[in-house]
Design a binder for this molecule. Structure first.
Ligand SMILES: [Zn+2]
Length: 51
């Protein structure tokens, strides 16, 4: 059994990786779709990488 199994997870809409509930999202968890600000900023760019 993994640790912190009690925390919910979602799959990021951009990178597709599962991410775990964070305290900062406690009030907006239903609306969270991205694992990070980076993915949120990339939401219209689907796996396109700019450098
Ligand atoms: Zn992501």
């Amino acid at each position: 059994m993994p640790h912190h199994a009690d925390r919910p997870t979602k799959d990021c809409m951009v990178c597709g990786r599962p991410f775990q509930w964070r305290k900062k999202w406690k009030d907006v968890w239903d609306d969270v779709r991205y694992c990070s600000d980076r993915c949120r900023n990339n939401r219209n760019q689907k796996s396109a990488q700019e450098s």
